[in-house]
Design a protein around this ligand. Structure first.
Ligand code: AMP
Length: 419
């Protein structure tokens, strides 16, 4: 079977942008969704971030709008993408901008937590596609800075998350501001009853595309479990992070407080780390992500909600500092590695009291991650006192543009006890 973007109906303008991005072959969700969406069908997509779903909806959306050939209008988007988190909204905006770079279309985003003025200015300058989180969008619609009456394509991304985060009423109010005769797409990683009900309400005779993350998890990610007492987890984590194989890692904790604590201790141990969670301001979150993406910090310590939807390439390892309450979160967490066909590793640090959580994960993924024994290095008094003398924050960070190999060497250097 021929499987390229051209045979799916993607035009030359967009194939050029795809080449720039290095997307040579469509992912499964792209192959299944693009031809149908170009025909104007509604879509119900069971897929999580990491499957290529953004381009799956962005390409047909952009191509159809581009064919209409109408200039961007102030305040009146022709397409609206709703996302639950600011990070996801920004990522979608970036993907739209890069895929549409050879068109004259304009894209804007509206997110909460930052000043609304630049966003209002962006809307007034004219736009085709608007990416938004629900709260701020309703705010600005109420102030008449945005008018949704010409939206012909509506996308709800991560619908389960939108519901989890309490946005259901906002979403319904937003939908009511759009015309009935629109193309509607709904993506969700899971399909609880409420999402199914929302889908029935919004979609008309949709095609259904299901890209199961569970199969992906089991096949492509090297999963391991280390049994370790809570009190030794930090030391174990540091030990594992220092392995040469680890070039960039996300560490998951259950609580915001835990994320801060782990990140702070890693920094003290000379391991460049950033924490990201819901209590941080938008600017602090963006800064943490930037530092992680550009290599200033090679470890990101995150809570589940903060990490959902963040798209970061080349994460070699995911560490579960604690197992999550909901086994589904385990699948989402480890899906941060092995993105778009790459391979990755996921290590879970499991205290004996977490055994029942581990069983729940195993039932869900229908397999058991290999349990491995790792000896903790002995506590080194010289190293301990050296760590406590080390100046805070800046001392251990490798320079921003260092390659992983170089970074590993500098890490080893930092571990040498003082002569
Ligand atoms: P998404 O599920 O949309 O968040 O995409 C996950 C990752 O896959 C992103 O880093 C995309 O840039 C990348 N990606 C999407 N489509 C392709 C493709 N056809 N080939 C290679 N990478 C892709």
């Amino acid at each position: 079977m021929i499987n390229d973007f051209e045979s799916l109906g993607v035009g030359g303008t967009f194939r050029r942008a795809l080449r720039d991005k290095g997307y040579t072959e469509p992912t499964p969700i792209q192959s299944q969704a693009i031809p149908q969406l170009l025909r104007g069908k509604d879509l119900l997509g069971i897929a999580q971030t990491g499957t290529g779903k953004t381009a799956a909806f962005a390409l047909p959306l952009l191509q159809r709008l581009d064919e209409e050939n109408s200039p961007p209008k102030p305040r009146r988007p022709r397409a609206l993408v709703l996302a639950p988190t600011r990070e996801l909204a920004l990522q979608i905006h970036e993907e739209l901008t890069s895929l549409g770079r050879y068109t004259k279309m304009r894209h804007a985003f509206i997110i909460g937590g930052v000043s609304q003025n630049p966003q209002i200015k962006g809307l007034a300058q004219g736009l085709d596609v608007l990416v938004a989180t629900p709260g701020r969008l309703l705010d600005l619609a109420g102030q008449r800075h945005v008018d949704l009456s010409e939206v012909s394509v509506l996308v709800l991304d991560e619908a389960d998350r939108l519901l989890d985060m309490g946005f259901i009423r906002d979403v319904k109010r937003i939908v009511a501001l759009t015309p009935k005769s629109r193309q509607s797409l709904l993506f969700s990683a899971t399909m609880p009853k409420e999402v199914a009900a929302l889908a029935r309400e919004l979609l008309e005779d949709p095609i259904r595309v299901d890209v199961s993350p569970k199969q992906m998890t089991v096949k492509e990610i090297d999963q391991r479990v280390v049994m370790v007492d809570n009190g030794d987890k930090q030391r174990m984590l540091e030990h594992l992070l220092r392995d040469d194989e680890v070039s960039r890692a996300i560490v998951f904790t259950r609580t915001k407080h835990g994320a801060n604590k782990v990140a702070r201790k890693l920094e003290n141990a000379g391991i460049g780390a950033e924490a990201i969670h819901g209590n941080k301001s938008q600017n602090a979150r963006q800064r943490a992500l930037r530092n992680f993406k550009n290599g200033d910090a090679w470890v990101l310590v995150a809570t589940d909600i903060a990490a959902r939807g963040i798209d970061i390439d080349a994460v070699s390892h995911v560490f579960n500092y604690e197992l999550p309450h909901e086994p589904e979160s385990y699948v989402h967490r480890i899906g941060r590695t092995a993105r778009a066909g790459a391979t990755g590793a996921a290590w879970s640090l499991v205290d004996p009291s977490e055994r029942s959580r581990l069983r729940a994960v195993e039932r869900l993924i229908k397999s058991s991650p290999a349990e491995v024994a790792v000896d903790l290095p002995p506590r080194d008094p010289a190293e301990l006192s050296q760590a406590s003398r080390r100046p805070p924050q800046s001392s251990g960070r490798p320079p921003a543009n260092q390659r992983p190999g170089a970074r590993r060497r500098s890490r080893r250097r930092r571990r040498q006890p003082a002569a």
